[in-house]
Ligand binder design. Structure first.
Ligand SMILES: NC(=O)c1ccc[n+]([C@@H]2O[C@H](COP(=O)([O-])OP(=O)(O)OC[C@H]3O[C@@H](n4cnc5c(N)ncnc54)[C@H](OP(=O)(O)O)[C@@H]3O)[C@@H](O)[C@H]2O)c1
Length: 348
């Protein structure tokens, strides 16, 4: 059977360009024992994929190989299975990246997860409010930064997938929340739609000044998606005993070298701050607890979940570029309509 996939063919210099990617057609074999074929329905577009397009050799994340499909999360339907426990028609989450149809080898690849096919749950939610974006926000606040009842919480990239959920989780649990993002329209969205107490556009001036105005009494918890100037501003605003969840540093992902340390890191000494980094994969054991809680909040309308949808495998590169450039709100996704692929084969 034939499928299409998006490959990285050049390491981006600065912001990625369409020429850094190629759309290729491939023949897929019938699955052998231990393998299954999944027709992807939704692909996730994630900043960490940009980070892995760098070849920094700094030991932080293995770089993607040139000519290969960047790994990433996707959800779809099993169309052929030689894996006990997985049947045709099962909906699964896999990590095979930007492909219409993926051949998953359970002996080699990260294990796929069978998803609950409750008709009330859109399957792409397993990439967003029931998936890694929301688990990141949830464990970042509760487990990593150990959020306390009276904390004033600051979230950067707060109109995005992780940040937007972090704002809402902190609000729904009774906290004062400040958000920032890259435009006045996004700041309005963070305040009016996500419920933050204050929000600002980081393009309106030095972040330290803008944060100081939004949080005149200071902050206790910083959920850092951005790094750089944002982290420095937060270190200045944090009160004694404050905590930082180091989730991402997107302001550095287009740079061709490692980021410098914050110039005011000594504030961590004088104020007794805790800065703790994490990867969501380290907290997968929290998935069931967090999904139970998120389902309640979603059903009660306490959490909203905007999506920025790009259509077709051709939408991968433009969607990825747009997400990194700040042109999306909420979770950036590619929607695939692969019905023709499925019906043109004997599978399923
Ligand atoms: N630790 C983990 O396991 C984990 C897991 C998932 C995600 N993350 C991290 O979480 C962060 C958010 O990821 P996401 O999936 O939710 O993406 P997202 O926020 O939906 O999209 C990325 C956003 O970052 C903002 N941005 C881009 N360049 C920027 C810059 N130079 N300065 C400030 N903001 C910039 C843009 O919005 P603006 O318009 O606001 O600029 C852009 O839309 C990323 O740093 C990502 O690496 C970490």
């Amino acid at each position: 059977m034939r499928s299409r996939e998006v490959r990285l063919i050049a390491r981006p210099e600065g912001a990625p360009r369409p020429a850094d990617f190629e759309l290729a057609e491939v023949d897929l074999p019938n699955p052998k024992p231990g393998q299954l074929l999944v027709r992807n329905e939704w692909l996730s577009l994630d900043p960490h994929q940009r980070r892995r397009m760098l070849d920094l050799a700094d030991g932080s994340m293995p770089p993607f190989a040139l000519g290969a499909v960047p790994a990433g999360r996707a959800v779809g339907e099993v169309i052929a299975s030689e894996v006990p426990g997985f049947a045709v028609g099962d909906r699964i989450l896999n990590h095979a990246g930007w492909r219409e149809v993926a051949l998953i080898d359970t002996g080699r690849d990260r294990a796929p997860e069978r998803l609950d096919s409750n008709p009330g749950t859109p399957i792409q939610w397993y990439l967003g409010p029931l998936g890694a974006s929301a688990l990141t926000a949830y464990v970042g606040l509760f487990d990593v930064a150990e959020m306390r009842p009276d904390d004033v919480v600051y979230v950067s990239a707060a109109a995005g997938a992780v940040g937007g959920l972090a704002v809402q989780i902190a609000k729904v649990t009774g906290h004062t929340v400040i958000g920032s993002a890259g435009s006045t329209a996004k700041a309005d969205f963070i305040r009016d739609e996500l419920g933050a107490d204050a929000a600002f556009s980081y393009r309106d001036g030095p972040v330290a000044e803008l944060l100081g105005r939004s949080a005149p009494v200071g902050i206790d918890l910083y959920f850092d998606n951005v790094g750089g100037e944002h982290l420095e501003a937060a270190l200045g605003a944090l009160r004694t005993g404050g905590r930082v969840a180091l989730c991402g540093a997107i302001s550095n992902y287009n740079a061709d070298g490692p980021a410098g340390a914050p110039s005011n890191l000594f504030a961590a000494v004088t104020k007794g701050l805790t800065l703790r980094g994490f990867m969501v994969a380290m907290y997968e054991k929290r998935t069931e607890d967090f999904r139970r809680q998120m389902r309640e909040w979603l059903a009660a309308g306490k959490v909203v979940y905007p999506e920025a949808i790009f259509d077709g495998i051709e939408g991968v590169a433009p969607g990825f570029i747009a997400m990194l450039a700040g042109d999306t709100v909420g979770k950036a996704l590619v929607r695939l309509d692969g019905r023709d692929l499925r019906t043109s084969t004997n599978y399923g």
